[in-house]
Design a binder for this molecule. Structure first.
Ligand code: HEC
Ligand code: HEC
Length: 395
């Protein structure tokens, strides 16, 4: 009775074992993938426990991946077809005398299941350790791919998906050199192909940090400017520099003013404006350095009215409002205004407040109160004043 019970338990266990076997193709496992690489199995299991009897001088040589592969005792992805696994896993015939632990056996099973050292987790090529470097101190980073014992690599291809600036050299050799990087983290992917045409992947990180906080760039948008219509264009040239790097880009934008302005060269140091109208504009130039720090400077552009013309003032103001007493032989107060030369005798160019032509019309004492001629309108006074301010030209 007791024996029967034992047999039933044994049968149940065997059924469970078979169920596990049928799930062989599932790669689900609770074993750390790091423990299922050829390199870890070679280091932890084969070298200390097998080479004593299965070294390079023995008939069954387990000393390299190549010799294991050559022995035919490993069928990639098929542990149950691999005597390397079935021998050490065998419950009935423990081998060697001191059997492997269940975890060690499982590691070997998963290594074979995952392709026997040729998958990316069981990588037979090592891209090296991650590297941490200080941007200011190290001009280049070098990675050396190392193949596992017995693995012969035929070709190398290093790549990265990083969008940060960098320059690579030796991408198709075992040694990758990286230069011209900026602060940030780069991941490099090594794809190596062995003599059997099997692709082996490994990845490695380059972490670049800056010793000093990046200093922002310096920029000067230049002097504020004034232009006088009919000139309706203007140019601003920004000067920029970066104390600890380089200026990477310029960006000009309009902050205030009418939306008539046309901006050209807005992504260069030189902003060219056209389509300007009489108003006040402001613009901002933002510069970005090689590490992404930005600085801006603003400038103001005043677009002034065109200078009123003497000819227009004469026909619209002087002739209709002054002629009766100051032209055609009339020169009240000794002041004749028949032409430009006569008119400017009461003008101090650029000084409207010292020019009686402006003072007397501005305070409405000319034309005299009660005369049929109307006082100057605000716009006429402004035009007369601006004409004198601009030098009272004969225009
Ligand atoms: C104390 C000696 C000794 C140790 C240690 C030893 N073996 Fe063996 N092994 C033998 C002998 C002897 C044979 C049978 C003769 C042969 O094939 O070389 C054998 C056979 C094998 C076979 C069968 C080979 C075939 O042709 O199918 C495998 C697989 C194997 N050993 C794996 C291992 C593994 C894996 C280890 C380490 C975990 C190991 N052995 C450790 C002595 C040893
Ligand atoms: C109805 C006649 C009359 C009209 C119109 C008139 N003025 Fe006069 N203006 C005079 C008389 C009279 C004087 C001299 C007395 C005085 O200075 O008030 C004079 C003096 C002046 C003087 C001062 C001259 C001096 O030597 O100091 C100025 C300047 C002047 N006029 C400008 C104008 C202008 C400009 C207009 C037209 C917008 C104008 N006047 C229209 C009668 C006139």
């Amino acid at each position: 009775m007791k024996n029967l019970k034992f047999l039933l338990v044994l049968l149940a266990s065997l059924t469970l074992l078979n169920a596990c076997d049928s799930a062989e193709n599932s790669s689900r496992s609770l074993v750390d993938p790091e423990l299922t690489t050829y390199l870890s199995i070679d280091t932890d299991i084969i070298q200390p426990q097998c080479l004593e009897c299965h070294g390079p001088t023995n008939a069954y040589d387990l000393s390299s991946l190549q010799s294991i592969t050559a022995s035919g005792t490993v069928v990639p992805n098929q542990p149950n077809e691999s005597s390397f696994y079935t021998t050490v896993a065998s419950v009935e015939v423990p081998h060697p005398d001191d059997p492997l632990t269940p975890l060690e056996i499982e590691r070997i099973r998963l290594w074979i299941l995952n392709g026997a050292g040729i998958s990316d987790t069981g990588s037979a090529v090592d891209a090296g350790a991650d590297q941490n470097i200080i941007l200011e101190n190290v001009a280049s980073a070098v990675f050396n791919a190392v193949a596992a014992d017995g693995v012969t690599i035929e070709s190398y291809a290093w790549t990265t998906d990083s969008t940060l600036p960098h320059v690579l050299a030796g991408e198709n050799t075992a040694q990758l050199t990286v230069t011209n990087y900026v602060a940030g983290t780069y991941e490099f992917i090594l794809s190596a192909t062995d003599t059997a045409g099997v692709e082996i992947i490994d990845t490695v990180n380059l972490i670049v940090t800056s010793s000093a906080a990046n200093m922002p760039p310096v920029v000067d948008a230049g002097f504020d400017q004034t232009v006088i219509l009919p000139t309706n264009t203007a140019t601003f040239v920004a000067t920029a520099s970066d104390p600890d790097g380089a200026v990477a880009s310029f960006a000009w934008t309009q902050l205030t003013g009418p939306l008539t302005a046309v901006l050209a060269g807005a992504d260069t140091d030189t902003l060219q404006l056209s389509g300007l109208v009489n108003d006040v504009y402001s613009f901002r130039v933002t510069v970005t350095d090689n590490l992404g720090a930005t600085t801006f400077d603003d400038v103001t552009l005043t677009v002034e009215r065109a200078t009123p013309s003497f000819a227009t003032l004469k026909t619209t103001v002087f002739d209709p409002k002054c002629a009766r007493c100051h032209m055609n032989g009339n020169n009240s107060g000794g002041y004749a205004m028949n032409n430009y030369a006569e008119t400017i005798t009461e003008v101090v160019p650029n000084q409207p407040l010292n020019s009686s032509l402006f003072v007397r019309t501005n305070n409405n004492s000319m034309p005299p109160l009660g005369a049929v001629e109307q006082p100057l309108s605000a716009q006429e006074k402004a035009d007369l004043r601006l004409w004198i301010e601009r030098g009272a030209p004969n225009n």
